[in-house]
Design a protein around this ligand. Structure first.
Ligand code: SF4
Ligand code: SF4
Ligand code: SF4
Length: 174
């Protein structure tokens, strides 16, 4: 992520996108689609053009050759290249809120089991993760939802594979 983006708060980050509401319909699926994507099922032709332009290499494809984000490969920098490249009516202009995602930390987190680890907090460009110590040598991973942009940097950094990122539940049910 560019240095200036790393130093912004989520409020500042999202302020860049305030002109368009977050109405991406494809966030109702279980998989994570590229930021600003909507109507993938209706309009994506499976041409594959969005993946090679992603500088982070995090766009893969599902069984219909529709794009899916794979955070195990890296983080989204919100560069907008995927949206700009798509020739179909799949993406909103990359000027709105990019997506609504949830982050969860599983019980096998090293820090929460008394093993020193701060990897997720160290890589978070938004400083959205705190890992305060608890009694008994353990620590607790706390994600500030207001600060988190859903970039995914923490997921691939986790040595325990304890972090999952998914579309927000209320949208998934919508
Ligand atoms: S916004 Fe940029 S980094 Fe994020 S998925 Fe699209 S092309 Fe990749
Ligand atoms: S997805 Fe992870 S690394 Fe990115 S802002 Fe949220 S907590 Fe930080
Ligand atoms: S990187 Fe993974 S194992 Fe380490 S503190 Fe964060 S969630 Fe826990």
């Amino acid at each position: 992520m560019p240095t200036n983006a790393k130093q912004t708060s989520r409020r500042e980050f999202l302020a860049r996108f305030r002109t368009v509401p977050a109405t991406h319909s494809d966030q109702t699926e279980d998989v994570i689609r590229p930021p600003w994507a909507r109507d993938i099922q209706a309009h994506c032709t499976g041409c594959g053009d969005c993946a090679p332009v992603c500088p982070e290499g995090i766009i893969t494809f599902d069984g219909k050759n529709h794009p899916v984000i794979d955070f195990t490969k890296g983080e989204c920098t919100f560069c907008g290249a995927c949206a700009h490249t798509c020739a179909e009516d799949v993406f909103d202009q990359p000027t709105g809120i990019p997506w609504q995602l949830d982050i969860a930390v599983a019980k096998n987190c090293f820090a929460e089991n008394g093993i020193y680890c701060r990897s997720c907090g160290d890589v978070c460009p938004q400083f959205a993760i705190r890992i305060p110590p608890q009694l008994g040598g353990r620590a607790r991973v706390i994600v500030d939802e207001d600060a988190c942009t859903g970039c995914g940097a923490c997921l691939s950094a986790c040595p325990a594979n304890a972090i999952t990122i998914s579309p927000k539940k209320e949208q998934a049910l919508g």
